[in-house]
Design a protein around this ligand. Structure first.
Ligand code: PLP
Length: 399
């Protein structure tokens, strides 16, 4: 019997099809087994390249195999520090916090591991700051799948099986002036939470005037405004933060998806007023802001925040906006085109899933956002020629 190489297991690796069956069946996974990626393309086991307009649902903002991310991962590994407990200091997280607060309205940052965790932390911070408990969210919202975030997420099919949900969290009509005025209470409401551009709810940029009204209402009633920029933040809309375009500044802002270039990381940015309400022991998470993820995130944030990078995103965004308008003009099956930056939704007059599947057959990955919306979230580094290649496929399918 030949000796096994060190680290090898005596059990043979099962073929991929078998391995997939060991995963809990909570995802409807489709398509090929992906084994690599380069730029805006994913590479399947058989070598087929797929143009990726999903980018890990907004995670892979710098695409695949980006040199900045590779270098940051290698640097972190070279230091020997993948994790250091939050009981102690480590440099990358401190520098990342400084980078984020310097570039935003915020004065302090907290790091965690996902978007839902960031929003759960934001709820706790708002409660502690306000001394009140209720949270108001809006129709079409998606804030996560943990218990409090699920209660703030407007998806009955995700909520129903897990009731009773966390009490004190209500969902009111998006962009309805009277409803929000009625729902936000000076004596009970701790925070309102909203996505400046709703993602899962169908790609809907919220009306800037209404956002201004919500801000004023919250100011006058001692209520925190939380912007969930987990999907629309960090360059996705053409500015580093989506709130910059809304013209409304939140008290608390959450980030995740693209923050650490594909490594799991979330962040909560807060004003000094909110920060002052929190003391050691109020919140914690074991892995939050460790040296590996924070070191990568620091480079991702610096890369995206470069004015030349953001100007390039805006240039491509303008091109894409015009191109999608042209597609819609020639395709009556498209009811509406909505979006900002490199985040777009095509609302169809029919279910979107068959188009998503047909696009995949032609080598283009897109994702739905609700039953009738095709969502496009290409990597921010994508080339205009690649955008054209993808839109042309959709145009053919929707003709
Ligand atoms: C706006 C928004 N908030 C929160 C989340 C939850 O993030 P995560 O899946 O990292 O928990 C998502 C995920 O899609 C999101 O789009």
């Amino acid at each position: 019997m030949t000796a096994l190489p060190s680290g090898a297991s005596a059990t043979p690796t099962p073929p991929a099809t078998q391995a997939v069956q060991a995963l809990l069946d909570v995802y409807a996974r489709v398509g090929p087994l992906f084994v690599g990626g380069e730029g805006a393309e994913l590479i399947a086991e058989d070598g087929t390249r797929y143009l990726d307009f999903v980018a890990g649902i907004g995670v892979n903002a710098l695409g695949y195999n980006h040199p900045v991310i590779r270098a940051a991962v290698e640097r972190a590994l070279g230091s020997g520090l993948i994790h250091v407990s939050n009981l102690y200091r480590s440099e990358a997280g401190e520098r990342l916090a400084e980078e984020l607060v310097t570039r935003s309205f915020a004065d302090r940052a907290f790091f965690c591991n996902s978007g839902a965790e960031a929003n759960e932390a934001a709820f706790k911070f708002a409660r502690k700051w306000s001394g009140k408990s209720e949270i108001v969210a809006f129709s079409g919202s998606f804030h996560g799948r943990l218990f409090a975030t699920l209660a703030a997420t407007d998806r009955p099919d995700y909520r129903k099986p897990f009731e009773p949900l966390v009490p004190g969290i209500r969902i009111v009509a998006r962009e309805d002036w009277a409803d929000v005025d009625h729902a936000v209470s000076a004596s009970r409401t701790a925070a309102v939470i909203l996505e400046p551009v709703q993602g899962e709810g169908g790609v809907r940029p919220l009306d800037a005037e209404w956002l201004g009204f919500v801000r004023e209402l919250c100011d006058s009633r001692g209520v925190a405004v939380i912007f969930d920029e987990v999907q629309c933040g960090l360059g996705r809309t053409g500015t580093l933060f989506a709130y910059e375009q809304a013209g409304v500044v939140p008290d608390i802002l959450t980030l995740a998806k693209p923050l650490a270039g594909g490594l799991p990381m979330g962040a909560v940015l807060v004003t000094s007023a909110v920060a002052a309400a929190l003391k050691p022991g109020d919140h914690a998470t074991t892995f939050g802001g460790g040296p590996l993820v924070a070191g990568v995130a620091l480079e991702v944030v610096r890369t995206i925040a470069d004015p030349a990078f953001l100007a390039d995103v805006r240039r491509k965004a303008e091109w894409l906006s015009a191109r999608l308008a042209r597609l819609a003009a020639g395709a009556p099956r498209v009811r509406e085109v909505r979006g900002r930056g490199l985040m777009w939704g095509l609302e169809l007059a029919e279910p979107a899933a068959p188009i998503v599947a047909a696009a995949r057959e032609r080598g283009l990955l897109v994702v739905t956002a609700g039953p009738q919306v095709i969502r496009l979230l290409p990597p921010l580094v994508i080339a205009v020629q690649e955008l054209e290649r993808g839109v042309a496929i959709l145009e053919e399918l929707l003709a």
